[in-house]
Design a protein around this ligand. Sequence first.
Ligand code: ATP
Length: 250
Amino acid sequence: MPGPELRIDHLTATYRRHPAVHHLSARFAPGSLTAIVGPNGAGKTTLLRAIAGLHKADEGRISATHADGRPARLALLPQQAGMDRAFPILCRDVVLQGMWSRLGAFRAASAADKARAEAALEAVGLGGFGGRPVGAMSAGQFQRLLFARLLVQDAALILLDEPFNAVDARTAADLLAMVKRWHGEGRTVVAVLHDLDLVREAFPDCLLLAREKVAFGPTAEVLSAANRLKARMMAEAWDEAAPACTAEAA
Ligand SMILES: Nc1ncnc2c1ncn2[C@@H]1O[C@H](COP(=O)(O)OP(=O)(O)OP(=O)(O)O)[C@@H](O)[C@H]1O
């Protein structure tokens, strides 16, 4: 599956006019595997949510299109911290949520849909967990479950927000293998991460963000000591009360 090109042009996204992402432009090549890194509050989650259409941009444009101009289907793995795991729902139904765009809100899942959901659970090491309530899952099992939902979404653009948080080394390795497989299949993958060693080891490209772009390109160049220092200094200089400016990006 050839992935789409993701283009971000002069994006500014704010909360009550306070900029979280400021004048950002970046082009993610088709089939690229990119990490987004930066200090706390750098706008990483806001950027992913803006790409996913969940946070409205104040300025700028985002597009994810295939070479023939078709808009790409995307899937987002949200941060676990933002999810309600007490909601009474079975694991199988969480995976089936990934098919809603094709099932529609009112059509019941067919036997084939359910078999696909079970196969996705199997693929993430949760075979036989379909009938379990989500509340009975550990943090690592829950993350595997969210990856199973991503699998059935079968999206060409995959956005991951801190996908390896709160999981043990074995689960992280299994989930990373799945990310690498998606990359190998030509999908375009973007992941927010904090572990720079992991980024250096497994992510060819990197966007270092501090509300504005600090650096973007091959990971080894982006994560230079000078760039990391620059990002830290930009974070320390943030004025939490600053409004969004309306000037064009330089
Ligand atoms: N719902 C919200 N309402 C108001 N401000 C918000 C909201 N969500 C985020 N912000 C602010 O926007 C800025 C960017 O937040 P964001 O969560 O995008 O950063 P991040 O880089 O993902 O941070 P972290 O590494 O801590 O997860 C921060 O100053 C944050 O306080």
